[in-house]
Design a protein around this ligand. Structure first.
Ligand code: ZN
Length: 867
């Protein structure tokens, strides 16, 4: 454990690696306690000087060098140095040579889940970003691309299936119950895409024929008995493969594609070439154990990892500063895939909810950073909403500005020009400049400037000339390290609405370039004043500030023709209402607003998933940015008040809808999921009813629930009720699912995200709480600290104290996880004074107690960074 902040890495310090590694041959002698790794690297020097290889937690047995055609010789101990971070060859040969090393590693002792580790008795790897250096000595950086050949040897009973990247080669039995398998990857790749899995799995198999008629064998490897639960993931994989052919002309490039599900995993999933490794939560699903939310997440994550094969693997990042090049682009691709599979407006709204909740919060706090930052501390902490979600929005803006056809042309050029290379954001944008003939250097400032732009819109109407004068002004608040901000090109999709469900003029795109601009929008003289619809489809990742009265806003919501803006207009009204109720400036919810929400819900009957989103009240954390200091306790109480009022307004619809039987037989696709989304929303509303009949009604629904979607939503709703039904449901659910860890994660999460600090202490003490399993830790500590803000940020500090020791313990076991949990403190400066003082004291106690480098990077920035 170190408590110093990690050394900052800077983009401007980039230099190419001075050696080319043409071929990597890896020989694994596999064992849970001890694995021996022999590596032979074929190296061509590009310059002179020492050779530095990364390596951590490796026990070195030997290092040898051989010139071409000669046997290798051990390197004299005086000619190399090994330190805690790697190995230096002081004077490597000046001609092509082979470097051989042998190291020992202990997968069983690896609780950081980075490198080669043991999960459920099986071996697996996680190498992004810097895990490969925990397997062997290697230049562990994405711009070193090489051909990998892997041979694995191990006991056949313990590891009957041996997988790596590429295509299988020779395999067979050896003496003493051992066997071996070879894998050859014909595509050059950086080390972070290396993968190995060894163990006993059940396999769901299928095949796919690519657009040019090539046959691909597909396999999803899961726990014994779980193969049927991988069917939806397989279906999603085949749809993703087809979609990438149709939407981007990209075909799969190997004869084999494998997925392995792992229970202990730090992330969602990993796109290793030809061998994707998944958190089992994003592979396994059936109607009795998974919700529609899980099915949807599986569909989107399977697609995301598959799409990386071209955006990430075939073309990778030159350095980790370019992470958004693969992540932002691939998120954009998976969001569009999901929109094509489901409802496009609903998908757009869900993406924006996520962006605002996570990325806008990041931008407004001490952890704010650019989509492509110019410096970072701990690399694991760069996997942020800014890089992913905002990175995706930037691609969306690019496509909107140059049009779909030019976007596709630019992508085609990118694939043609850079296949097999490690490139930069500049290389990517150069392709779009070529095809569009436009200079995109101003637009690229979006990558360098942190913070959420705010656009202020002011209107003046001149009836005599039929002119709506619209003044637009943009600004960005300072962020840590960036006190001065510059204007950005902001594409604003606009329309003039006639108030009768139509447009006065066709929707148009205006790109706001300067700090201040004025638009004069003309309608035929004598026409009534049109309403301005701006930022349609959330055309830019900004906040829009309009100086409108509640009456204006209600009228605008009614006139809106854009489904996103209609939803968003209501959300703005709802936010204002919750804030007014929370600060005492209003005692009761405004009847007109509640009636408007209800009427919008009724009007959206044809698209129940959209109607469900209209009933959604913003989470407490989303309101932090709208009024400071933020008082989570008061906000939660105000939100509840509004929810109760909305329930009463929609009580008939709620009871009619919940009386009907849920769709059967179950199918996870969009059509049924949409109907269930409406039911789930109404179940949530019912929990806010103050009637004593609500709890028994919910318990009845819970008992009869034909699938996990309804079972979990009723369980969650019961958490907000009083009386025996709640504890009865908690016990019943646990007894039913105690042997299914993924379902038990939900059980923990439902209670942690709704309960008190005392509840969380009880959950931490539960025998099934496991510090070594990230899903379980997140289901308790993450759910409490990130979704239950009124309890976590309690003014007496009880929420912080309930989880503090566990965060420290989790960080000791797994620094990536520890750091992620501490991001829950990112908004502490926005809090009301009591919680704010308690949060600061807690952060200081954590630092004092000693954190990993990863966690210290977050805690240090959180404490230091007042923008
Ligand atoms: Zn990704």
């Amino acid at each position: 454990m170190r408590t110093e902040t990690p050394v900052a890495v800077k983009l401007k310090d980039y230099t190419p690696y001075p050696f080319e590694i043409t071929v990597v041959t890896l020989d694994f002698d596999l064992g849970a306690q001890k694995t021996v790794v022999k590596a032979a690297l074929s190296i061509t020097p590009r310059g002179q000087g020492a050779m530095r290889l990364d390596g951590e937690a490796l026990h070195l047995n030997y290092v040898a060098v051989g010139l071409a055609g000669e046997p290798s010789k051990p390197v004299d101990p005086a000619d190399f140095t090994v330190d805690a971070r790697g190995l230096t060859l002081h004077a490597p040969p000046q001609q092509p040579f082979v470097l051989e090393t042998e190291v020992e590693i202990s997968p069983e002792a690896n609780t950081a889940l980075s490198g080669l580790y043991l999960s459920g008795g099986r071996l697996c790897t996680q190498c992004e970003a810097e895990g490969f250096r925990r397997i062997t000595f290697y230049p562990d950086r994405p711009d070193v691309m090489s051909s990998f050949r892997v041979r694995m040897v191990g006991p056949k009973d313990e590891f009957p299936i041996l997988l790596s990247n590429g295509t299988p080669g020779a395999s067979g039995d050896l003496a003493n119950g051992r066997h071996y398998a070879e894998w050859i990857d014909p595509h050059k790749k950086p080390a972070y895409l290396f993968a190995l899995c060894a163990g006993d799995y059940d396999v769901l198999r299928d095949t796919f024929t690519t657009m040019s008629g090539k046959h691909v064998d597909l396999g999803i490897h899961v726990d014994k008995g779980d193969a049927p639960r991988a069917a939806w993931a397989m279906d999603a994989l085949k749809r993703s493969m087809r979609w990438d052919e149709e939407a981007y002309g990209r075909e799969y490039d190997l004869g084999v594609f494998n997925i392995v599900a792992v229970r202990d995993f730090n992330f969602g999933a990993m796109e290793n070439k030809g061998l994707n490794i998944f958190n089992s939560a994003y592979v396994l699903a059936d109607e009795s154990t998974a919700t529609d939310f899980d099915f949807e997440a599986i569909e989107s994550i399977v697609a995301h990892e598959y799409f990386h094969n071209w955006t990430g693997n075939r073309i990778t990042c030159r350095d980790w500063f370019q992470l958004c090049l693969k992540e932002g682009l691939t998120v954009f691709r998976d969001q569009n895939f999901s929109a094509d599979m489901r409802s496009r407006p609903v998908q757009r709204i869900k993406d924006v909810i996520k962006l605002r909740a996570r990325q806008f919060a990041e931008d407004a706090g001490p952890l704010a950073h650019a989509v492509r930052p110019d410096t970072y501390g701990a690399i694991d902490n760069l996997y942020t909403a800014t890089v992913y979600e905002k990175g995706s929005e930037l691609i969306g803006m690019l496509r909107r500005m140059i049009g779909n056809d030019k976007y596709r042309e630019g992508m085609d050029l990118y694939f043609a020009r850079h296949d097999g290379q490690a490139v930069t954001i500049e290389d990517y944008y150069a392709c779009f400049e070529v095809v569009s003939g436009r200079d995109l250097s101003d637009f690229r400032r979006w990558y360098a400037q942190a913070g959420t732009p705010e656009v202020r819109v002011t209107e003046a109407w001149d009836p005599a000339t039929g002119t709506l004068k619209v003044e637009l002004s943009q600004s960005v608040k300072p962020t840590p390290g960036q006190p001065v901000k510059h204007p950005l090109p902001i594409p604003l999709l606009c329309a003039l609405l006639d108030g009768k469900g139509g447009h006065t003029a066709e929707p148009f795109l205006h790109v706001l370039e300067k700090s201040n601009e004025t638009l004069e929008l003309k309608v035929p003289p004598g026409s009534p004043r049109p309403s301005l619809s701006v930022g349609r489809d959330f055309s830019a990742p900004i906040r829009i500030d309009r100086n409108l009265t509640r009456e204006d806003r209600l009228a605008l919501v009614k006139a809106e023709t854009d489904p996103f803006n209609k939803w968003d207009g209501l959300q703005t009204l709802i936010k204002d209402e919750i804030i007014a109720l929370s600060d005492g400036s209003q005692t009761n919810p405004d009847h007109e607003l509640v009636a408007a929400i209800a009427s919008a819900v009724r009007g959206a009957k044809d698209d129940p998933a959209y109607a469900a989103l209209l009933t959604r009240l913003p989470e407490v954390g989303e309101l932090f940015l709208d009024r400071q200091p933020a008082d989570p306790v008061a906000l939660a109480a105000a939100q509840k008040k509004l929810k109760t009022a909305l329930y009463h307004q929609l009580a008939n619809e709620v009871s009619e809808t919940l009386k009907a039987a849920p769709p059967a037989p179950y199918h996870p696709g969009a059509e049924q999921a949409s109907i269930r989304a409406m039911r789930t929303a109404f179940i949530g509303l019912l929990s806010a009813s103050d009637s004593r009949d609500a709890a028994p009604a919910l318990y009845g629904l819970y008992e009869r629930a034909p699938n996990m979607t309804e079972r979990l939503s009723t369980l969650r709703a019961l958490m907000f009720t009083k009386g025996g039904a709640k504890s009865e449901a908690i016990s019943h659910f646990e007894a039913l699912w105690k042997n299914n860890p993924l379902v038990m994660d939900k059980w923990f999460s439902v209670q942690a995200s709704t309960g008190t600090a005392e509840d969380v202490k009880r959950l931490i003490a539960h025998p099934a709480f496991d510090l070594k399993n990230p899903n379980r830790v997140r289901s308790v500590i993450g759910a409490f600290a990130m979704q239950n803000l009124a309890a976590f940020h309690a003014p007496d500090g009880s929420g912080y104290r309930a989880v503090e020791a566990t965060i420290l313990a989790a960080d000791k076991v797994n620094p990536a996880l520890g750091a992620r949990l501490i991001t829950a403190f990112e908004q502490w400066r926005l809090l009301e004074p009591k919680a704010r003082a308690e949060a600061e004291a807690c952060l200081k106690r954590l630092v004092e107690a000693g954190l990993s480098e990863n966690a210290m990077d977050i805690a240090g920035r959180a404490l230091a960074g007042g923008a």
